[in-house]
Design a protein around this ligand. Sequence first.
Ligand code: GDP
Length: 431
Amino acid sequence: MVKAIVGANWGDEGKGKITDMMAQEADIVVRFQGGANAGHTIVNNYGKFALHTLPSGVFYSHITSVIGNGVALDIPKLFQEIRSILDRNVPMPKILVSDRAQIVMPYHILFDQYEEERLGGRSFGSTKSGIAPFYSDKYAKIGFQVSELFDEELLKEKVARICELKNVMLEHLYHKPLLDPAELLENLHSYRDMVEPYVCDVSAFLDKALKEGKTVLLEGQLGTLKDPDHGIYPMVTSSSTLAAYGAIGAGIPPYEIKQIVTVCKAYSSAVGAGAFVSELFGEEAEELRRRGGDGGEYGATTGRPRRVGWFDCVASKYGCRLQGTTDVAFTVLDVLGYLDEIPVCVGYDIDGEVTTEFPVTAKLEKAKPVFEKLPGWKCEIRGIRRYEELPENCRKYIEFIEERIGYPITMVSNGPGRQDIIYRESPRKRD
Ligand code: GDP
C-alpha cells in the first residue's frame, strides 16, 4: 500500500512532521522529487532536525529511506546530512539511492548563483542549490545519472563534452572562471565512492516490497502552488510537487497510491517571490511570523523570513484538488490561539468579480483577497488529544475551512511533536 504526503500550498506546511509521524506504521519512505533546496523540520526524541535531502523516516530503525529517481541528488550534501544525524546519536539509517537518480553537479550550483546575479532584482528567489539548472539539464538530456558514475569511459567522454558546452556560457554570458574537465572528473570519482554502497534499482525494490504487503510513504517537497504545471508559474520549482508525480519519481504504478494526505497549514506562509493573495504585512505579519511554526517562520534551508498570511481557501481548495486529496492534515493550528478574530480568505476579487477558483498567474497578480472573520479561541490547545476537547471556536474554524476547501480534515496537528495530533473520522464516514 502506498500513501503520499504532499503539500497544498507553497511548502512548509509541516509535511516532515506528518511523514515522521506516519512512518511509525510504515516500512519505506521515498523522496520522489526536488532536492536540497527546501527543508523539513522534525522534532522527535533525538532533538530538532532540519532535513533537506534525507527522507523524514530516517529516525526509525525499521524504516528504509529511499532517494527516488525523481530527486535532484546532491551527493556531498546527502553525506553531510547523514553525518550530522549520526553525530547526534541517531543510529545509521537504512538508505537506498536510485541508480536512475540524477546528480546535482558543482556547476549547477554555480550556474544557479550566476543566473540570480545576472537577473538582479528580477530574480526568482532561488535558494541557489542548483535545482533549476539541474532539471534543465535533465530534460535537455545532458544530466548525469548515478548509474553513469560506474562507467569510466562514458564518464570521461561526457565530462569533456559537457565542459565544452558549459564553458561557452561561463565565458560569454557570465564572465566567470571556466570548468576544468580533470577536476570535474575527480569530483565525480569522489561522488561515486560516497554513493556506491547505497545504489539500488529502486523501482524493482519497491515492486517487491509492495508484493510483500509493505507500506510505502511518498514524501513530497514544497506544495501544489510550486508545481511547474499547476502552480504559480514561473515562480515555481523545477520538478512536479504533485502526488501523481510520486509514481514517476519513485518508479511505481500510479494505481498503487491509495491514500493522499495533503498537508495544509492553518494559516499561509511562502518563501520566495510570487503572488500571495492573502499575504500580511507590517506588525500583524511580524507577530504571526514570530509565533508561527516551531520557533518562527524562517526557512529551514536558508533561514530566510517566510512571508505569512491568513488561510487561503481558494488556493487550498485548488491545492487539494490537484493533489487528489483523500485526507487533509491541518497543521500548526496551535499558533493561532493568540488572536481575537481570525480572518480567512474565502474568495479572490479579480477586476470586480469574486471567484473561488484559483486563476492562472496573470489573473492571480490582480486578485484581491475577500476575507471573512471568524472568532478566535484565545487559549493554548497544545496537549489536547481528542477533537471534542478542542474549544468550540477552534472546531468551528476547522469545520468552516473543511467546508470551503471541500476535502475531509482527518488529522489536526496542534504542536510540532509526533504525539501532537488529533485524529478525526472523515466526515464522509460520519454521515
Ligand atoms: P515541511 O517542509 O512541509 O516539512 O514544513 P517545515 O518543516 O519546513 O515547516 C513546518 C514547521 O512547523 C516546522 O518548524 C515544524 O516543526 C513545525 N510544525 C509542524 N506541525 C506543527 C504544529 O502542529 N504546530 C506547531 N506549532 N508547529 C508545527
